[in-house]
Design a protein around this ligand. Structure first.
Ligand code: 6GU
Length: 231
């Protein structure tokens, strides 16, 4: 997969992309991530990328010119057209199923905005889909783009060391993950549940399923509402 990111702050991406699974996936050629600075496509001595909103109101709006020029340049860097995504609090909520869907694509082009938002003609002209990572306002789309990249990359085949470790993740089956324990068996008077030491794999699977259901009911009942009732 190739992921292009259009941003005013490419430096914000460097450290989060240089650790652990995302770092290794890049080293192994599983994903190529290219950062392009929108400001490099801005005009004039001041390289202006934002302006006051028509109709008045607070804040500034991302101008369409630099984003379009940057986008057209980036698209020419690789053959496939790519799925174009604007990161904005006005977007559709991001969730695990969307991460899985995006992980099937050959190419993603993520556009992170700043200021009060994008000129609407950016969304229309680039035929972009809009994604939000939750119901709160960030200062820009960069952290949201990083969230999307992180969630997508770990789903790419071979990105995880142990091939199985994504399938039990919270949300991948619509439920929260069951509690995990490792050594020692007793820590500060808290003991690992006996069932996990029993060696009975059937019973362990059943206990884990029940724990997942109980946790989901307690912490995220909304996850149970829309799906078929779990058995
Ligand atoms: Cl994608 N951008 C901004 N600025 N704020 C957000 C967001 C995105 N998702 C949630 N809040």
């Amino acid at each position: 997969m190739r992921i292009d990111v259009l941003t005013l702050f490419p430096e914000m991406f460097e450290s989060p992309l240089s650790y652990s699974i995302v770092k290794r996936a890049q080293e192994q050629g599983i994903v190529e991530i290219a950062l392009t600075n929108i400001r490099d496509f801005a005009m004039g001595d001041y390289r202006k990328v934002d302006d006051k909103p028509y109709g008045g109101g607070p804040g500034m709006v991302m101008m369409p010119g630099p984003v379009f020029d940057c986008f057209e340049h980036v698209q020419s860097l690789a053959p496939s057209k790519g799925r174009v995504i604007l990161l904005t609090p006005q977007g559709q909520p991001f969730h695990q199923a969307k991460a899985a869907e995006l992980s099937q694509q050959k190419r993603l082009i993520l556009i992170a905005g700043r200021y009060e938002g994008f000129d609407e003609r950016i969304r229309i002209g680039l035929d972009a889909e809009q994604i939000s990572i939750g119901d709160y306002v960030l200062n820009g789309g960069e952290l949201a783009a990083l969230v999307v990249i992180d969630a997508v990359v770990r789903l790419l085949p071979e990105a995880l060391g142990d091939e199985d470790s994504a399938k039990d993740d919270s949300f991948s089956n619509g439920l929260l993950e069951y509690p995990q324990y490792t050594r020692p068996e007793v820590f500060r008077d808290m003991k690992v549940p006996d069932i996990l030491l029993s060696g009975d794999h059937g019973k362990i699977a059943e206990w884990r399923r029940q724990q997942s259901l109980d946790r989901t009911r307690q912490h995220r009942p909304d996850l149970l509402d829309e799906s078929d009732p779990p058995s």
